[in-house]
Design a protein around this ligand. Structure first.
Ligand SMILES: Nc1ncnc2c1ncn2[C@@H]1O[C@H](COP(=O)(O)OP(=O)(O)OP(=O)(O)O)[C@@H](O)[C@H]1O
Length: 332
């Protein structure tokens, strides 16, 4: 093997101690803030696909928006290609924004219903002065082709397309500025099951063709396993497990990851099914002390309430991280 093959791709996105709280209010008084994302550390390499999984409300979307600089953190920072998103001057931030894009769950909601789709795809190229108007028309046609649509339909309005076609348009729009980092937030969960695989395959193809770094937020563990190199499991705003997707899904180490997999019947090996999740997720405004998962964990002991377990190396597999005081026993 040559040295070039062995070289690790460079780092593109780094999050350090990334946290975000939201002020919460009841009708008449302030309530405790919602701790949506807590002390997340993350490295994303160029061209790498990272899946972010966890139950609804665990902070996946907030993390995605923080990574793109669409939401300011309450603590910690995001470095994009070596630059702190919170510290760069506005002009520089605009230029960096061109390289980071988001694909949302609901393509209909994210497209303007009254404007031709071609014009919406071309917007980013024109705003960032990447193309002349004539160049933008040609590049829009090329992008439509690249996402599997007929470029002659550029003048149509969003409602003239199916849900899957609209998500292809949203992807073309995200690619229009030539990004190297894309956050896809549940991009297939609003689509018919029969269409989902087509969109996932399109994202996989585009990712390898264009060398995109991808953060793929999803409830669907199958899709993450198929598409992502690495997976990060979140619970109540914290990362509880992280590692190569193949090994995490083959043998999840955190009791929460094990329970998530157990809730996806076709993803655990026969005879190895651990019990599914017990009870409700606690409120992110009043998370349990110590390990956030302890109130639902069959391995929990009284001392799990004392301190938050650090995200530490897996007892046996280097390259994997798990945040559990009893990781040694759970992993056996
Ligand atoms: N703008 C906001 N104001 C107040 N609370 C918010 C805001 N955005 C998110 N939250 C809260 O932060 C927590 C994390 O929400 P987030 O949407 O990031 O989770 P999620 O894992 O993406 O959930 P889902 O899968 O349902 O989209 C939730 O408790 C949510 O109610």
């Amino acid at each position: 093997m040559t040295a070039a093959v062995l070289r690790r791709p460079p780092l593109l996105v780094r999050a350090e101690g990334l946290s975000r709280a939201f002020a919460a209010r009841t009708l008449f008084r302030r309530a405790a803030p919602v701790l949506a994302v807590r002390e997340v550390e993350l490295d994303l390499l160029r061209g790498e696909a990272l899946g972010v999984v966890g139950e609804s409300g665990c902070g996946k979307s907030t993390l995605g928006r923080l990574l793109l600089g669409l939401l300011p953190p309450t603590a910690g920072q995001v470095m994009f290609d070596g630059e702190d998103l919170a510290a760069v001057p506005p002009g520089r931030l605009r230029r960096l924004r061109r390289r980071m894009q988001m694909v949302f769950q609901d393509p209909y909601g994210s497209l303007d219903p009254r404007r031709p789709v071609g014009a919406q795809i071309a917007d980013g190229m024109l705003i960032h002065r990447l193309e002349t108007p004539a160049g933008a028309v040609a590049r829009t046609a090329a992008l439509l082709r690249q996402v599997g649509l007929d470029p002659r339909h550029a003048a149509r309005l969003p409602h003239e397309f199916s849900g899957g076609q609209r998500q292809r348009i949203a992807i073309a729009r995200a690619l229009a500025t030539g990004p190297d980092f894309v956050v896809a937030d549940e991009p297939v969960s609003a689509l018919d099951v029969s269409i989902q695989a087509q969109i996932v395959n399109l994202l996989a193809d585009l990712r390898s063709e264009l060398g995109l770094a991808l953060v793929f937020i999803s409830h669907d563990l199958h899709v993450v396993k198929h598409l992502c190199d690495r997976v990060m499991v979140m619970y109540l705003g914290r990362v509880v497990e992280q590692g190569p997707a193949a090994s995490v899904f083959a043998a999840p180490a955190h009791p929460y990851s094990q329970a998530l997999l157990a809730a996806t019947p076709s993803m655990h090996r026969r005879g190895t099914r651990p019990p599914a999740l017990m009870g409700e997720v606690p409120s992110p405004a009043a998370p349990p002390s110590g390990c956030g998962f302890r109130t639902r964990c069959r391995w929990a002991r009284p001392d799990c309430a004392a301190e938050v377990p650090p995200l530490a190396p897996h007892p046996r597999e280097p390259g994997r991280l798990v945040a559990c005081w009893r990781a040694e026993e759970v992993a056996t």
